[in-house]
Design a binder for this molecule. Sequence first.
Ligand code: V47
Ligand code: SF4
Length: 390
Amino acid sequence: MKETGISRLVALEKNAGLKRIGEKILNKERISFEDGVLLFEQGSLSFLGALANWVREDKHGDKTYFNRNFHIEPTNVCVFSCKFCAYSKLYANREEGWELSIDQMMHIVKSYDGKPVTEVHIVGGVHPKMDMDFFTNLLRSIKAHRPELHIKAFTPVELDYMFRKAKLSITEGMRLAHEAGLDSLPGGGAEIFHPDIRTQICEDKVDADGWLAIHQAAHELGMHSNATLLYGHVEQYWHRVDHMERLRQLQDKTGGFNTFIPLKFRNKDNDMSHVAESSIIEDLKMYAVSRLYLDNFPHIKAYWPMLGRQSAQLTLNFGVNDIDGTIDDTTKIYSMAGSEEQSPSMSTADLVTLIKQVNRQPVERGTLYNEIRDYSHIAITEIESNPLLN
Ligand code: V47
Ligand code: SF4
């Protein structure tokens, strides 16, 4: 929306509270905790969307980033028992679980030799036998084989367990992992920080302070990271704002976060299957309010394997400027929890088409948002026929 259009929309807003928030956003002033809650409670989808899209275009224009990555899930055996998780199998239930050896994971890495991927994303359950030694060996093996491949791996849930078992402080543990080849941290394990909700849905894993301390330690070593929020289950709006407020405060201190990724709760085959999933309206509001609240986060990402492709396309008008990557079908955490995307894989041509269909500009990026290629003027037929592009 053009500057004049958005100013008019804000000027015509009848709700005085929303109008004041709209004015703050247009003046690039930070909105408060209460403003965040009011936006969720009283903001219409069109009002939130117009403001979030204005911020998105102010920061990034039409650019919509994606990257070419692959995922490795070392194990789905997990000592924790998050109620929303359809993926983990208890250690005792090992016949339903998988655990990959270093050789098996290196086999996956090598299967991408010669392919133009720039990142490997490694996240899984917390297996009692996969410890600091195991994972630092994995990191070293990947770097020895393909040094330029960016390794984005391990949530604070996995790291906290590894560090405590190895009797390492957070600072020491992060330093060792970084030295072994860990380049950045993905955003998982955050869920909802507030203890009222955290104790209901994932009481036994790292708490909010532990999660934030691990990201802070990574940032202090010069590493970047992402952050997520699991929404649309038993939390209230103010819990979401509380979560974003804690992230905004850490980002003010370190500046190390790249991307915020709202994750929609999916209810299949888990201990929260009785909880209804959120509507698309709620999903779009979540993206829009994140863009408005997290003024110090450069990027907002929609993770398409969890949302579905068409909803992900819609989010590009509600504050989102990143659509993750061309992942393959080894990613099970969502398909097992009931996402539409039972076999999540998309080629570059598919991703570029998705972005162009809604008149945005597809740009391939590295993990740290270095621009690799602008696809806006490359024909889909050319992408499909060139293995370096697709
Ligand atoms: O922390 C688990 C979520 C997360 C369910 O940083 C569920 O680029 C919905 O964080 N319904 C792990 N969500 C995945 C993750 C991630 C994904 C993509 C990119 C990045 C990144 C990070 O998956 C967990 C948890 O919040 N999750 N079960 C479920 N039933
Ligand atoms: Fe384990 Fe992660 Fe599932 Fe929680 S969400 S049970 S930590 S795999």
